[in-house]
Design a protein around this ligand. Structure first.
Ligand code: EPZ
Length: 439
């Protein structure tokens, strides 16, 4: 709501929209940027050593700017060269081990700086991160890990009722942790707490996402001793000190998948450069099941959907290597346009169907059967409408739907989208889309 107290910055957020008009099939090539979900933990890991670290291929995203500000709030020197896509971090001195509430509450992912601060200083105090549109997003598994490493963990509430959690340990020790859910963030946070522990740490039922592997590779460059990243059992042998290192962020597999679907939903022909096919295997498989032609060559993926009738398929989201939950909204938009009904099961987050109501404003006729199951009847001729992005990936799904819809689609609350997609308007315009950002 816009009220007297609305700050200009918030007004800009509320009033900016992306207008999407149907411009027919997209064609040409697009280049994927560095991964948002890889660069954030990589930046957090730079807090673990006094020497300078250099992160290359860093995407120009609002979330990266927020993480840089969080590193500075702990005393690190940070320089983000957006042209060169390089972030230089030198955390020679950690000036506080208490996170700045206003800063960390801007971005849930900031919780992964807790492990490094705890490992580096022996204490970390953070506000409890709130939930978000797609779910409660608890951190119980993160804290279970810190306790298993010998930390005393305490919850508290300040006079305003804001909850916070502190973890304390002179030096973390070895131990074993079983993750009830293969949480990406918990795996990363515990791994970063463990690299300076006195002993061996085993994480069981660990997350296997490529972003976990990318973090382990960077930590090992810094002198850590991590084995098994990418499997469900990760072993970390603690060391006493880490050194600075240089690392290039892996390509963003969700951005790659989103643009693969831009080709499919517009019945176009796009080549997605800087995309690692083995990171998006489930998306490739499901696109092929609908009849799209997907070819992989080196670090490029070509999606041709300009011939024949595209048909339905069923989607069930799972932790990696299953179908990624972060591709569920985008795939739902695409399935609304193919012929025949599809079923979508969302098993990772408890409330990740907020985009159904928005897609139905565009006549997608999607039915949510239970909390986590939706039926997409398919065969819809989408019609442009005024819609709202409820979260990052829902926003991307609405842009995709707008590319295929008749007439104009105006997507509001696009700040969600700008958190995770570098230059999405420019990239899509360069392959023929009619997309404009309006303040
Ligand atoms: C990461 O979030 C990603 N974010 C998410 O991407 C992604 O959807 C998610 O992993 C799953 O792949 C970043 O990497 C910054 P989780 P994360 O902990 O780490 C439950 C996007 O759009 N859980 O793997 O927060 C949790 O409730 C974002 O880019 C606990 O129960 O996800 C959820 O149901 C959205 N206790 C499930 O695990 C915990 O302590 C998966 O969450 C932690 C998590």
């Amino acid at each position: 709501m816009i009220g007297y107290g609305t700050k200009l910055r918030d007004l800009e957020k509320i009033l900016s929209i992306i207008s999407v008009k149907n411009a027919g099939p997209l064609s040409g090539s697009m280049t994927v940027s560095g991964s948002k979900n890889a660069v954030l933990p990589l930046l957090a890991a730079t807090l673990l050593c006094e020497e300078e670290c250099i992160i290359n291929e860093a995407p120009d995203l609002k979330d990266v700017e927020i993480m840089c500000a969080i590193l500075r709030s702990f005393g690190a020197e940070v320089c983000f060269d957006k042209q060169e896509k390089i972030v230089r971090v030198k955390a020679a001195n950690i000036t506080t081990n208490e996170a700045e509430t206003e800063l960390v509450c801007k971005m849930r992912a900031s919780i992964v700086t807790m492990g490094p601060i705890l490992a580096r200083t022996g204490r970390a105090k953070f506000p409890l991160p709130g939930g978000c549109a797609i779910g409660d997003r608890p951190i119980d598994l993160h804290l279970k890990g810190f306790v298993a490493l010998g930390a005393d963990v305490e919850m508290s509430e300040d006079e305003t009722g804001t909850g916070s959690v502190s973890a304390e340990a002179k030096r973390l020790s070895g131990g074993e942790i079983y993750l009830d859910t293969p949480s990406v963030g918990a795996t990363q946070n515990i791994m970063m707490a463990a690299v300076l522990a006195d002993g061996v740490v085993i994480i069981e039922n660990a997350a296997q996402e490529p972003e976990v592997v990318d973090l382990a590779n960077f930590l090992n460059k810094m002198g850590a001793k991590i084995k098994g990243a990418g499997t469900d059992i990760i072993k970390i042998e603690g060391v006493t000190k880490l050194r600075g290192a240089v690392h290039g962020v892996i390509p963003d597999r969700i951005e790659a998948g989103t643009y693969m679907l831009a080709a499919a939903i517009t019945r176009g022909d796009l080549t997605i450069e800087n995309a690692l096919a083995h990171h998006v295997k489930p998306v490739i498989a499901k696109l092929r099941e609908t009849g799209a032609i997907v070819t992989e060559s080196g670090d490029a993926i070509r999606v041709k959907a300009d011939k024949g009738i595209l048909r339905s398929t069923d989607i069930k989201t799972l932790p990696y290597p299953g179908f990624p939950t972060d591709m569920q909204p985008q795939f739902m938009a695409y399935l609304a346009t193919v012929s025949g009904p599809s079923t979508i099961l969302e098993t990772v987050f408890e409330n990740r169907f907020m985009h159904i109501a928005e897609l139905n404003k565009m006549r997608a006729h999607i039915m949510q059967k239970e909390e986590r199951r939706a039926i997409v009847p398919g065969g819809s001729s989408l019609v442009g409408a005024d819609v709202t992005a409820t979260d990052l990936r829902a926003g991307a799904a609405l842009i995709l739907a707008g590319l295929a819809a008749k007439g104009e689609t105006r997507v509001a609350d696009i700040y969600h989208i700008e958190r995770g997609y570098e230059d999405i308007c420019g990239k899509l315009r360069r392959v023929g889309a009619d997309l404009t950002k309006k303040q």
